[in-house]
Design a protein around this ligand. Sequence first.
Ligand SMILES: [Zn+2]
Length: 446
Amino acid sequence: MPGETTPAPAETRPAAPETAQSPGDRGRTVPQPHPQSSPESFGFQVHHRIDGGLGRTGTITTPHGTIQTPAFIPVATKATVKAVRPEEMSELGAQAVLANAYHLNLQPGTDVLDAAGGLGAFMNWPGPTFTDSGGFQVMSLGVGFKKTISMDSSRVADDTAVAPEHERRAFVDDDGVTFRSHIDGTEHRFTPEISMKLQHEIGADIIFAFDELTTLFNTRAYQEESLERTRLWAERCLAAHAELTQQRSHRPYQALFGVLQGAQYEDLRRKAAQDLGAMEVAGHSFDGFGIGGALEKENLGVIVGWVSQELPENKPRHLLGISEPEDFFTAIENGADTFDCVQPSRVARNGRVYTPDGYFNIPQAKFKKDFSPIQDGCGCYTCQHYSKAYLHHLFKAKEMLYSTLCTIHNEYYTVTLVDQIRESIQDGRFYEFRDQALTRYQGRRG
Ligand SMILES: [Zn+2]
């Protein structure tokens, strides 16, 4: 119903630090520990498993609520899912959102988010939040390769395939990365310690270790060197995280996920999973793991499977940045518990909508007088109130409402698909559901 929203998850918005005075303080304010400041405030429980697969259902517990997994995590890069209000995201079923530390550091600055009481409070999203470390964006500035998993390694395999020196905006050394802002060209530096500090100030429930992203074009020798650098950075992230957790006990606990690289190499991927799975620094081990880096679509399942076999069973695994609905089944079957994907909102703004029967493009002339919804029977707000003809008109007229309505549909479609996959695992019919859904989805391309 217009204007009506489902209440967001339990109100646990972090308050401003409480202060107290003891006789010894002589008026100095001392922040009190937050009731959810210990690592025990984060957890993961496995419920059901896919027969003969590595996939499972579970519950991730965070200080801002729970996430039923597998779950799709919509992307709110700059603390907003573009064009859609947080209340609408909650209404369409999103359980958590993922923002980006690189972007939020440059704008508005992590000090602003810290003063606001953290990302969730700042953006009026009371549920769980993630930030990725910024490594991906920083490294992308440096090498100028495609941002998706659809890189073709058969085409070239050479360290020189990355952008020429004069086009590079980022340089990696053993201590960190120096880069120029994409906004104003100013020089910045990320190290593991800086990434941890920024992500603690942003205050998301789940944060990621700073890693070096390689491309499938890098040589095997470079992949090995880079993987070792990422391993050493992971240790430094854990050490910095342990210190910040102690220093910032007035804030809810933030779970740190280690990020696994290793490109397309089985031995490197397995080694990364073993190393980070067993890593412990200053009494802290990783609370979960991110599967990152260059993944070709055709190898996605195999690579996720390798690391899932090596990682501790009782910790969640997040697949960083995948693209198409087909990939969700593969990722989940092979052990991914959560994944983010900017695609549903990005393609919506360009005119593409997803349905169980495939995707199509709203700007096509044939929709000019089509007064049916995007998808018959769809439970989303857009399909319940608007026709393809109206959306077609809004797109052609470049009206802002177009982006809002189509993003709502695509995010609803994606969240709901992953909810259905979760239910199919619970009911022991994952493979049956997958085959039916993919046959239907791939049967039509408009
Ligand atoms: Zn819809």
